[in-house]
Write a protein that binds this ligand. Structure first.
Ligand code: TEU
Ligand code: CA
Length: 526
């Protein structure tokens, strides 16, 4: 793989289509809406869009419960709309990545309808059915990732079926040699359609212990933590058998040129690194979510970066993420450090993935319980994910230009000011910071490919330097403290950019004084 692969040099932008742009007034974002906003994405400077699922779905988990892997749900549009989006994006030099959900289907998928019809159905073993335990009740103690038992009793055939997530999301049996080719064929269908790659959903849940052994309790569980964390998912998560399945997915993509396999895994670095696969025959980018869960203090981040880099197998390409549709918004997690987090995301070594709306600093929406849609809000109260899924804010018109109807979720509270139109005009806005950082990243091979020359913390600041042959090294200094700091930086450096956008490009005169929560990019002497 040369350094020139688009998914190494580029910036990925996650779109939750339901919340991006509605064009038919039903209050739900759609594919024509994404098409209409491609010019904005081009202006922002991103290289690839990843769409959360747009397949036909009963929407029990808002598209992550799929009943037809080869079509588009009418609420989002049609296959022709998706084809048009891909063509328009390619015209603009952008790539399109789709969510791929191999772990489960909807309980309305024809495969499951056939499987549940009878114990003798040819597709019975495409899912995971078991008799009740000896004393009655579920076959083992597994709990769903959304809280509650992971087994649903089917009275008609008098067996339980396994679901790692909702009962409406029965797990496919990837130990069944008929299931794998069928699901791998879905990849081929979309690759032939023109897609540039996939983000593989919930990969670590793909295969379960064949003896269905009980999981051990999690000694660190405390009230307030997600229900699913009560157990260590030793027998239904991150099993070694998953790697062969990833290699099969990668082999399908290798039959096409320049496609990317991104996989969703919440794992410690040593386990995450294994998903690059033997001889790099696994995923190109196992998502690194550690900035989402990490504490934002200089010494902690410095260690995190070093540990991540040390965990990477030879040739493995890193990546960083600040948020997604399952986690609280970065602006709400980090407050005034959200700008500095943007600078970190776009200057650390490896591919960054932005989550739509974070470029506006959109905070978590406040969703009253009666307006909650996410099933997790019901299954695991307090952990609902709607607050991170509020509609994108485009301008100060009704509903921020998201819809002419009534939005499926309320917009974030300060949309009248915090919207693309207003923030494009504001030279100091976080939107313009993202755009400047993306542009600088595109223009500097140092930011795309440079090795770390130094990763340190000093006076409450994280300081790292990146360098590549033939370009001026770049120093990034991020003040994670709550007071002015003077971190040591190479003398003779020039200021390129402050996260506050209020510093002129100029040689550093004297010591660098960083304001609290300020980040600065410096061009440093060789
Ligand atoms: O999420 C899998 C996953 O990690 C979630 O269980 C996450 O831990 C949870 O939402 C708490 O943060 C993927 C999708 O991203 C998610 O939207 C789906 O609901 C889930 O799989 C099932 O498809
Ligand atoms: Ca719509």
């Amino acid at each position: 793989m040369t350094d020139e692969a688009w998914w190494r040099s580029g910036v990925i932008y996650q779109i939750y289509p339901r919340s991006f742009q509605d064009t038919n007034g039903d209050g739900v974002g759609d594919i024509p809406g994404v098409r209409r906003r491609l010019d904005y994405l081009k202006w922002l400077g991103v290289d690839a869009l990843w769409l959360s699922p747009v397949y036909p779905s009963p929407m029990a988990d808002f598209g992550y419960d799929i009943r037809d892997h080869r079509d588009v749900d009418p609420v989002f549009g049609s296959l022709a709309d998706l084809k048009g989006l891909v063509e328009d994006a390619h015209q603009l030099g952008m790539k399109v990545i789709l969510d791929y959900v191999p772990n489960h289907t909807s309980d309305q998928h024809p495969w499951f309808i056939e499987s549940r019809a009878s114990r003798l159905s040819p597709k019975r073993d495409w899912y995971i059915w078991r008799n009740a335990a000896a004393g009655g009740g579920p076959p083992n103690n597994w709990i769903s990732l959304f809280g509650g038992p992971a087994w649903k009793w089917d009275a008609a055939t008098r067996q339980y079926y396994y679901h790692a997530f909702l009962p409406e999301q029965p797990d496919l049996n990837w130990r069944n040699s008929e299931v794998r080719p069928e699901m791998l064929d879905v990849l081929r269908y979309w690759l032939d359609f023109g897609l540039d790659g996939f983000r593989v959903d919930a990969l670590w849940a793909l295969i379960e212990d064949d003896q269905l052994r009980d999981n051990p309790p999690n000694p660190d569980w405390r009230p307030g933590k997600p229900e699913s964390a009560r157990q260590l998912h030793r027998y239904n998560g991150d099993l070694p058998e998953v790697h062969a399945a990833v290699a099969e997915m990668r082999a399908v993509l290798d039959g096409y040129s320049d496609r990317v396999l991104i996989v969703e895994l919440y794992l410690p670095f040593d386990r995450l690194a294994l998903y690059y696969g033997e001889e790099a025959r696994g995923a190109h980018l196992p998502f690194n979510f550690h900035l989402i869960s990490s504490e934002w203090r200089a010494e902690i981040l410095a260690k995190l970066i070093k540990d991540y880099e040390a965990s990477l197998p030879p040739g493995a390409w890193p990546n960083w993420v600040l948020g997604n549709h399952d986690k609280r918004r970065v602006a709400s997690r980090l407050g005034e450090k959200a700008r500095l987090a943007a600078m970190a995301l776009l200057t650390l070594r490896g591919t960054p993935t932005l989550y739509y709306g974070d470029e506006l600093g959109i905070p978590d929406g406040s969703i009253p319980p009666e307006q909650a849609h996410d099933p997790v809000a019901r299954c695991d109260p307090g952990h609902g994910r709607d607050p991170a899924r509020t509609p994108m804010a485009w301008d100060a018109s009704a509903n921020a230009g998201f819809t002419t109807g009534s939005p499926w979720l309320p917009l974030h509270p300060d949309w009248a000011k915090r919207n693309v139109g207003a923030m494009r005009e504001d030279k100091l806005s976080i939107l313009n910071l993202y755009r400047r950082l993306i542009a600088l990243r595109r223009e500097r091979k140092t930011l795309q490919f440079g090795a770390y020359r130094r990763i340190a913390f000093d006076d409450g600041c994280l300081v790292f330097e990146r360098a590549v042959e033939g370009e001026q090294p770049i120093t990034v200094a991020l003040n994670l403290g709550d007071k002015t700091a003077r971190p040591a930086v190479p003398s003779g450096s020039r200021v390129l950019l402050s996260s506050f956008l209020d510093r002129e490009e100029a040689p550093l005169s004297g010591a660098l004084r960083l304001r609290a929560a300020e980040g600065v990019l410096l061009s440093s002497p060789d």
